[in-house]
Design a protein around this ligand. Structure first.
Ligand code: HEM
Length: 500
C-alpha cells in the first residue's frame, strides 16, 4: 500500500467517524424534542383538517386512526395534543395527572366568561382552584346538599310532566322541555326564591347563547397573540355583550341575598347563601362578589346543558330502540306501580335505567373533548410534550372504540348489567366525567337531574313519532358547542298511561 492510499483510507475513516457521531448526536437530541405524530400542516395556518367539518371530536377520531392515540395538531398558532386511547387517558389523568391538571388558556373564555380565571372550571391548578374545589366538595356539591334540593327537583319535574300531559296526543318539543327543566332546577338551587321568572329567563337565554359561542371557531381563538383579531372579533364582542347581561342579573341576585338575609330563620340554603358565608371576614377563604358570580356561573355552565343533553339523548336512543324503551318502562312501572307516582325514594332500584344512562354517556358524552393543559414539559412514549400545551382527551372516541367495546356504535344498555365498569374515573374506557384531580365534582348533583326526569317520562307516557315517521328515520346528528347536543330537537307525541 503506498502512502497516498493509506492517507485516503485514514481520511475516509475519519470523516465516517465524524459523520456517524453527528448522526447519533442529532438523533438523540431530536428524540428529546420530537413532537407526537400528526397530520401535515400549512405554515401559519397549521392543521386545517380539524377545522373542516362540524364535529371536531369526530374529525380528530378519524385522524387519530391514522396518526395514533397521541397526536399533535396545530390550530392556527395553538398547539394541541389529542389523546384517543384508554392507555393515554390513564397517563394524562392518573400517572402524570399533576402535570396535566391546568386548563387551556383560551383568553376569551377565561377572561370574559370565567371572570378572569376567578371561576373554578377554567382556572389553573393552584391555591385559588384548591380553595374553590374544597368549598365544592365540603359544602356546595355534597350528597347532603343535593338531598336538600330534592323538593325542588320533584316539584320542577312534576310541573314538566303536567305540561306534557296537557299536550296529550299532539307533538311536544321534548328537547326544549328538558332543557328548560334543567335550567329551572339549577336556577332554583343556585338562587333560591330571590329571583323573578323574568330574571331566570333572561339569564338562561343569555347563558345558552354564550355556551354556543364557546364552541364557535374564530380567528381570535386560533391566534390569541394577535391583538388585532381580538379587537375585531365578533365572537368577543358578542360574548362581552351577553356576559354583561348575565353579570348584571347575578349581581342583582347577590345584592338581594345580602339585603334580605333573615337571620335565624330555618330555610334551605341555596348555593348563593352558601358562597356568601365564605365572604365573611373570619372565613378561611374570603370570596369577593366577582368570585361568587364566577362560581355560580360555573354551576350553570358545567351543570345544566350537560345533564339535559344526557336526558335528551337517552330518550332519543330509547325511542329508536323500542325494546330498550319497553324494558326501561317496565322496570319503572314495576318499581313505582304500587305507589302510583314517581319520586326520588326508589330511584336506587332502577338498575336498568342506570344502565341506559351509562350507555348514553358512553355514546354521547356531554363534553366530548375534555380540556387540559400541561404545567411543565414532559415525555410520553418518548415524545416531547411542551409546557402550556393544550391537551384534548377525546372522551367520545374512547367511548366508541371497538378495541374496548363490543358492537361499539350500538346502543345496548344491557352491556352494563353484569359489568363493573363505572364512570367514576377509575375505568379509563368510560370517562364522561373525566378523571384525576380535575374530575367533575358534580356527579352527585347530576345523577338525580338525569334519573328523575327519565323515570317520570317513562312512567307517565308512551311515546310515538309524529307524521308517521319510524324509528329508523330519527335523525341523531350532533351539534358541537360547549356541550354536544342534538342538532334537531326531539319532537314526540306523548300518550298518557298514568295520569300525573
Ligand atoms: C351529565 C352531567 C355532567 C357531565 C357529563 C359532566 C362532565 C364533566 C367533565 C368531562 C369535566 C372535566 C373533567 C376533567 O377535566 O377531567 C367536568 C368538570 C366540571 N364539572 Fe361536570 N359534568 C356534569 C355535571 C355537572 C354538574 C351538575 C355540576 C355542578 C353542579 C358540574 C360541575 C363541574 C365543575 C365545577 C367542573 C370543573 C372541575 C375542575 O375544573 O376542577 N358538572 N364535568
Amino acid at each position: 500500500m503506498d502512502l497516498q492510499n493509506l492517507w485516503f483510507i485514514l481520511t475516509t475513516f475519519f470523516f465516517l467517524f465524524v459523520l456517524i457521531n453527528l448522526v447519533i448526536k442529532k438523533s438523540t437530541s431530536s428524540n428529546k424534542t420530537k413532537l407526537p405524530p400528526g397530520p401535515w400542516k400549512l405554515p401559519l395556518i397549521g392543521n386545517i383538517q380539524p377545522l373542516v367539518g362540524p364535529l371536531p371530536h369526530e374529525t380528530l377520531r378519524n385522524l387519530a386512526s391514522k396518526y395514533g392515540p397521541l397526536m399533535y395538531v396545530k390550530l392556527g398558532e395553538v398547539s394541541n395534543i389529542i389523546i384517543s386511547s384508554t392507555e393515554m387517558a390513564q397517563e394524562i389523568m392518573k400517572t402524570q395527572d399533576l402535570n396535566f391538571c391546568d386548563r387551556p388558556r383560551d383568553s376569551l373564555v377565561s377572561r370574559i366568561i370565567a371572570y378572569d380565571g376567578r371561576g373554578f372550571s377554567f382556572s389553573d391548578y393552584g391555591d385559588h382552584w384548591r380553595q374553590l374545589r374544597k368549598i365544592c366538595t365540603t359544602e356546595l356539591l355534597t350528597t347532603k346538599r343535593v338531598q336538600s334540593f330534592r323538593f325542588i327537583r320533584e316539584e320542577e319535574v312534576s310541573e314538566m310532566v303536567k305540561s306534557i300531559s296537557e299536550s296529550e296526543g299532539s307533538i311536544v318539543n321534548l328537547t326544549n322541555k328538558i332543557l328548560s327543566l334543567t335550567y329551572g332546577i339549577t336556577a332554583k338551587t343556585a338562587f333560591g326564591k330571590s329571583h323573578s321568572y323574568q330574571q331566570q329567563k333572561a339569564f338562561v337565554s343569555a347563558m345558552e347563547k354564550l355556551l354556543l359561542l364557546v364552541g364557535e371557531k374564530s380567528l381570535a381563538k386560533l391566534y390569541p397573540s394577535v391583538k388585532v383579531f381580538q379587537v375585531l372579533s365578533k365572537t368577543k364582542a358578542r360574548m362581552e355583550e351577553l356576559h354583561k347581561k348575565t353579570d348584571k342579573i347575578l349581581q342583582d341576585i347577590i345584592d338581594d341575598h345580602k339585603n334580605n338575609k333573615k337571620e335565624g330563620e330555618e330555610v334551605v340554603e341555596d348555593l348563593v347563601d352558601v358562597l356568601l358565608k365564605f365572604q365573611k371576614e373570619d372565613s378561611e377563604f374570603p370570596l369577593d362578589d366577582e368570585s361568587i358570580k364566577a362560581v355560580v356561573q360555573d354551576m350553570f355552565v358545567a351543570g345544566s346543558e350537560t345533564s339535559s343533553a344526557v336526558v335528551d339523548w337517552a330518550m332519543a336512543e330509547m325511542i329508536k330502540k323500542p325494546k330498550v324503551m319497553k324494558a326501561a318502562q317496565s322496570e319503572v312501572r314495576k318499581v313505582y306501580g304500587n305507589k302510583g307516582y314517581v319520586d326520588e325514594s326508589e330511584l336506587h332500584q332502577l338498575t336498568y335505567l342506570k344502565c341506559v344512562i351509562k350507555e348514553t354517556l358512553r355514546l354521547h358524552p356531554s363534553l366530548p373533548l375534555a380540556p387540559r393543559s400541561t404545567r411543565e414539559t414532559c415525555q410520553i412514549m418518548g415524545y416531547h410534550i411542551p409546557a402550556n400545551c393544550n391537551i384534548l382527551i377525546n372522551v367520545w372516541a374512547i367511548g366508541r372504540d371497538p378495541r374496548y367495546w363490543v358492537d361499539a356504535e350500538n346502543f345496548m344498555p344491557e352491556r352494563f348489567l353484569d359489568s363493573s365498569i363505572d364512570y367514576r374515573g377509575t375505568n379509563f374506557e368510560l370517562i364522561p366525567f373525566g378523571g384525576g384531580r380535575r374530575m367533575c365534582p358534580g356527579i352527585a348533583f347530576a345523577t338525580p337531574n338525569m334519573e328523575l326526569p327519565l323515570a317520570k317520562l317513562l312512567y307517565h307516557f308512551d311515546w310515538k313519532f309524529p307524521h308517521g315517521m319510524n324509528n329508523e328515520e330519527l335523525d341523531m346528528t350532533e351539534l358541537f358547542g360547549m356541550t354536544v347536543r342534538r342538532k334537531n330537537d326531539l319532537c314526540l307525541i306523548p300518550i298518557t298511561t298514568h295520569q300525573p
